[in-house]
Design a protein around this ligand. Structure first.
Ligand SMILES: NC(=O)c1ccc[n+]([C@@H]2O[C@H](COP(=O)([O-])OP(=O)(O)OC[C@H]3O[C@@H](n4cnc5c(N)ncnc54)[C@H](O)[C@@H]3O)[C@@H](O)[C@H]2O)c1
Length: 258
C-alpha cells in the first residue's frame, strides 16, 4: 500500500528491532519523519541511520523522564507528532510455567513494559496531539489478548489490557480528533521468534508444525505484513475507524482448525 505521509511525524517505540523496525521503515517509506524510541539504543540508531528523516532516542518506556525527554527531542527535531505506534513489548524470558508457579517479579516486568509503558508513552505523546487537535495512535496487541494461550499469563493479561485500553482511549480521544486503534499480530517471523520457535534457518520444529496447523495460512506473518496493517491505521485514508482491533493473524482467531 502506498499513502502520503509527507510532513507527518511518527514516534515508534521498540523501533530498533523486529516488527517495530519494519513499522519505522514502512512509515518512512511513505514519507513520514520518524523518531525511534528503544531501550536498545544501538538498534534504534542503526534503524534511524538508514531512514531519510529520523532520530533515535534511548528510552525505557517505563521511565517517565526518559519518555518525556524523547517526546521533547522529537518536537525539537520535527515540530509535531502525528502518529504514535506503541510497539515495544516483551514476553516472559523465563521458562514458561502455569499461573500457580508464575514468578511475581516476572509478572510485574511484563505488565510493567507491555501495559504500564504503553500508558506512559501515550500520555506523554498526547500533549502535542491534543494541541494539534489531530493524531493517530496504533497499539500493538496480540492474538493472545483476544484468545488466551497457556504458560504466558502475564503477556496474555497485558495484551488483553492493551486491547481494552485502546477502546477506552478511542472514546476519550475521539472528540479531540485523535483516532486510536490496535493491531493484533499472530505469530510473526522475527529474529526473536526464529530462535524461540523455529530453526535458525526458518524451518519449523516438529512442535511448531503442530502449532502452525492451527493457523489457516499455516505460516507465521512477515514483519512487513504487520507493518502494512499499521500503515493503514496511521494513514489519512483511515478517517472513520477508531477503537478497532485489526487482526493480522493468518486466520488464527477466526475459529478452531480441525
Ligand atoms: N513476534 C511475534 O510473534 C509477536 C506476536 C504478537 C505480538 N507481538 C508484539 O509485537 C511487538 C514487537 O514485538 P517483536 O516480535 O518485534 O519483538 P522484538 O523483541 O524483536 O522487539 C521489541 C523491541 O522493543 C524494545 N523494548 C523492549 N523493552 C523495552 C522498553 N522497556 N523500553 C523501550 N523499548 C523496549 C526492544 O529493545 C526491541 O527493539 C511487541 O509488542 C510484541 O508483544 C509480537
Amino acid at each position: 500500500m502506498q499513502v502520503d505521509l509527507n510532513g507527518r511525524v511518527a514516534f515508534v517505540t521498540g523501533g530498533g528491532n523486529g516488527i517495530g523496525q519494519a513499522i519505522a521503515r514502512k512509515l518512512a517509506g511513505n514519507g513520514a519523519s520518524v523518531a525511534i524510541a528503544d531501550i536498545d539504543h544501538e538498534g534504534a540508531k542503526q534503524t534511524a541511520a538508514e531512514l531519510p528523516s529520523a532520530i533515535a532516542a534511548h528510552v525505557d518506556i517505563r521511565d517517565v523522564a526518559q519518555v518525556e525527554a524523547a517526546i521533547g527531542a522529537t518536537l525539537d527535531a520535527f515540530g509535531r507528532i502525528d502518529i504514535l505506534v506503541n510497539n515495544a513489548g516483551v514476553n516472559t524470558f523465563k521458562k514458561r510455567v502455569d499461573i500457580d508457579e508464575f514468578d511475581k517479579d516476572e509478572w510485574h516486568r511484563v505488565i510493567g513494559i507491555d501495559l504500564d509503558g504503553l500508558f506512559v508513552v501515550s500520555r506523554a505523546a498526547l500533549a502535542p496531539m491534543v494541541k494539534q487537535g489531530a493524531g493517530r495512535i496504533v497499539n500493538v496487541a496480540s492474538v493472545v489478548g483476544l484468545t488466551a494461550m497457556r504458560l504466558q499469563s502475564a503477556f496474555v493479561a497485558a495484551k488483553a489490557g492493551v486491547i481494552h485500553l485502546t477502546r477506552s482511549m478511542a472514546l476519550e480521544l475521539g472528540p479531540k480528533g485523535i483516532l486510536v486503534n490496535a493491531i493484533g499480530p499472530g505469530s510473526v517471523m522475527t529474529e526473536g521468534t526464529k530462535k524461540l520457535f523455529y530453526g535458525e534457518d526458518g524451518t519449523f520444529h516438529a512442535q511448531q508444525r503442530n502449532f502452525m496447523a492451527h493457523i489457516p495460512f499455516g505460516r507465521p506473518a512477515t514483519v512487513d505484513e504487520i507493518a502494512e496493517g499499521v500503515l493503514f491505521l496511521s494513514a489519512p485514508e483511515n478517517s472513520y475507524m477508531t477503537g478497532h482491533l485489526l487482526m493480522v493473524d493468518g486466520g488464527w482467531t477466526a475459529g478452531f482448525m480441525m
